[in-house]
Design a protein around this ligand. Structure first.
Ligand SMILES: Cc1cc2nc3c(=O)[nH]c(=O)nc-3n(C[C@H](O)[C@H](O)[C@H](O)COP(=O)(O)OP(=O)(O)OC[C@H]3O[C@@H](n4cnc5c(N)ncnc54)[C@H](O)[C@@H]3O)c2cc1C
Length: 596
């Protein structure tokens, strides 16, 4: 069923040539020893594990799905998932970017990020089981007590136990302030938690011996709304003091959802009936603590979509070289055959290049943000840590929404390359489209991401974080502005930077009169910002490729062609997006709800 070959050459280009990670990691004492050899070795081993172990389970996992046994209250994952997870744990993969204090390998997040791209290309549904554990690890590490860290972190790090995030309830998803799950205190410091959660990914399964649920609930007399939410650790089995498995906690899966994609991942309704939990952080400060998890997960969702874009593109490319249909408009290209391969047709190339450009742009962008997270966590200079953190905060909603929107386009195009064969399930292409669709919805819908970007991260901050990022773009434009060969990339980059600044000010002014102006502009605004970020990275990559093309290495020729395609065919949508963002709230809000 198709193929997956990890794009190691492009990953190495991004890590070594574009981001110069080895040099950057030397600035971080904890990662100073992570050299190019270690990075390349992890990429190669990761490529083997993902393509040989996980990829073969992708299509079968989609077909089989998960099975819920209502009487036993258990969930069985598709055939082979459990064994693959065992191999993952034994290979030490869960521990890759975790703290050695808890048994981790202490490697940087930027490297883990590349490994996660491979995992998601190979099998997104499977990857969500360990993927959520990493978020739980980050959250507990930052907000857990010493005892919680001692008891739980080594198990999460080894992968013996997995984690979940239990936020959503039937009546509230985006608006978590309305959640109703209740926590009542016990004399021993624990809490009894009662409530119903829905849509909980990896909420119940058979892959690990224990599951640690991070649950949002309200303590007695909590303030209304989001200010009254607390976070609790609710293990499926309550561990004994020595870490061994103890009593079963009453947090059970009532049903699993039938859904459009990611069938191999169990999406569970979870019922808590006086389940024992332990508070993480302070009462009523749960959302604050959960944000650590949510931010990690938002980068993770972007990388899910990057993985799907890459694998869908790869398969479409193989097919387009093989499938013979019609003759090229500009003359026969395959005289020995009854027709030409479809890759000769301009529009098939457009679809392939869309996938290639969106994969390569997302890879550069996500790797950059992952490296900034390493700097935010470990740079010895407080000022650098803060600047990196501000940039990560600004770019996170763009990572989540822009990459996932693009993957929806790219997987759909990849499917289209197959014609009718893409729509039937035999070739596996329609699965990528179905799997990609959820990424626009969960972890805060893409609309919510755009409101976070424009409202919270930009306007409420008076544009400070955006200005800082803009200074980097401007410096690059100035540095390369007189280079003739770079002008085809620098001109659109500089132009879009100016337009985005103007657009931001315009919306900010309108928002003083009417806050709906923010909601009306936010979605196209985020796409414009996404294109500014991609233009910035593509222009940097073009500079390297122009310098190295003369070496004869065709990788750089291919890179330049992709970048030219991006600026010629994808970037121009910014003109329409800016018009949409400027068109204001009136054309959306004029119609009375009864008149729709
Ligand atoms: C397969 C799957 C897995 C999931 N995994 C998890 C999980 O592991 N843990 C978990 O807790 N949850 C999980 N979720 C839930 C997911 O995060 C929510 O579905 C999502 O946050 C949206 O909430 P909702 O479905 O209630 O939609 P609603 O909040 O009801 O939103 C409906 C629509 O209104 C829009 N909307 C809402 N408010 C605004 C606003 N202010 N401005 C503009 N538009 C707005 C939304 O963007 C959306 O389009 C999962 C969901 C699915 C389908």
């Amino acid at each position: 069923m198709g193929q997956y070959v990890a794009p190691i050459r492009d990953m190495q280009f991004v890590l070594h040539e574009l981001l110069k990670v080895e040099e950057k990691l030397k600035e971080l004492p904890i990662h100073a020893e992570t050299d190019a050899d270690i990075i390349n070795q992890v990429l190669e081993e990761g490529a083997k594990f993902t393509s040989e172990v996980l990829f073969p389970l992708n299509h079968s996992g989609d077909r089989e799905g998960c099975h819920h046994d209502a009487a036993a209250k258990t969930v069985t994952t598709p055939k082979g998932f459990k064994e693959a997870y065992q191999q993952y744990v034994e290979g030490g993969w869960a521990a890759l970017a975790c703290d050695p204090e808890y048994g981790g390998q202490g490697l940087p997040i930027v490297l883990n990020n590349s490994f996660y791209e491979m995992l998601n290309s190979a099998n997104q549904a499977w990857t969500m089981y360990p993927g959520l554990s990493h978020g739980a690890y980050e959250c507990l590490k930052e907000h857990g007590t010493d005892e919680q860290k001692r008891l739980y972190l080594p198990k999460l790090v080894s992968g013996e136990w997995t984690g979940t995030m239990c936020l959503t309830e039937p009546h509230c998803g985006t608006d978590l302030g309305m959640l109703r799950s209740k926590a009542t205190p016990n004399a021993d410091g624990s809490w009894d938690i009662t409530g119903a959660k829905i849509f909980i990914s990896a909420g119940e399964h058979d892959m690990a011996e224990n599951i640690l649920h991070l649950v949002l609930a309200r303590v007695p007399d909590a303030p209304e709304g989001s200010k009254g939410i607390s976070l609790f650790l609710v293990p499926k089995f309550i561990p004994n003091a020595d870490g061994s498995i103890g009593e079963r906690n009453p947090i059970f899966c009532g049903a699993i959802e039938e859904k459009m994609g990611i069938h191999g991942n169990s999406t569970c309704q979870m019922n808590l009936d006086g389940a024992k939990g332990w508070i993480i952080g302070q009462p009523n400060k749960g959302l604050n603590a959960m944000f650590v998890f949510m931010n990690a997960a938002r980068l993770g969702v972007g990388v899910q979509s990057l993985g799907l874009t890459e694998v869908a593109y790869q398969n479409a490319l193989v097919y387009a070289k093989d499938r013979l249909q019609m003759r090229s408009l500009s003359g026969v290209k395959n005289p020995e055959g009854p027709a030409d391969p479809i890759i000769v047709h301009p529009d098939v190339r457009r679809m392939l290049l869309t996938g290639k450009a969106y994969a390569e742009g997302a890879r550069a962008f996500a790797s950059y943000v992952a490296l900034q997270i390493d700097r935010e966590l470990h740079h010895p200079d407080e000022e650098v840590r803060k600047e990196a953190g501000d940039e990560v905060a600004l770019l996170t909603p763009i990572i989540k929404a822009f990459i996932t929107d693009n993957a929806w386009i790219a997987t759909s195009d990849a499917m289209q390359v197959y014609g009718g064969h893409g729509y039937i399930s035999e070739w596996g292409m329609e699965q990528y489209v179905r799997d990609a669709r959820i990424n626009l919805i969960y972890e805060g819908t893409n609309t919510v991401q755009s409101l976070d970007l424009l409202g919270r991260k930009i306007l409420m901050d008076n544009g400070a974080k955006l200005r800082k990022f803009g200074e980097k773009v401007r410096a690059f434009v100035e540095e390369n502005g007189t280079d003739e060969a770079m002008s085809e990339f620098i001109t659109p980059l500089g132009d879009l930077g100016e337009k985005l600044t103007k657009l931001t000010m315009e919306i900010g002014m309108k928002a003083f009169q009417n806050q709906d102006e923010v909601g009306a502009a936010a979605v196209p605004y985020l796409r414009v910002a996404g294109h500014l970020v991609y233009s910035y990275f593509f222009a940097q990559m073009a500079k390297i490729a122009l310098e190295k093309e003369a070496s004869g290495d065709k990788f750089y020729t291919s890179k330049l062609a992709t970048i030219r395609f991006y600026f010629g065919r994808l970037y121009p949508e910014t003109a329409t997006l800016i018009r949409q963002a400027r068109s204001g709230a009136a054309n959306l809000m004029a119609l009375d709800a009864d008149l729709f």
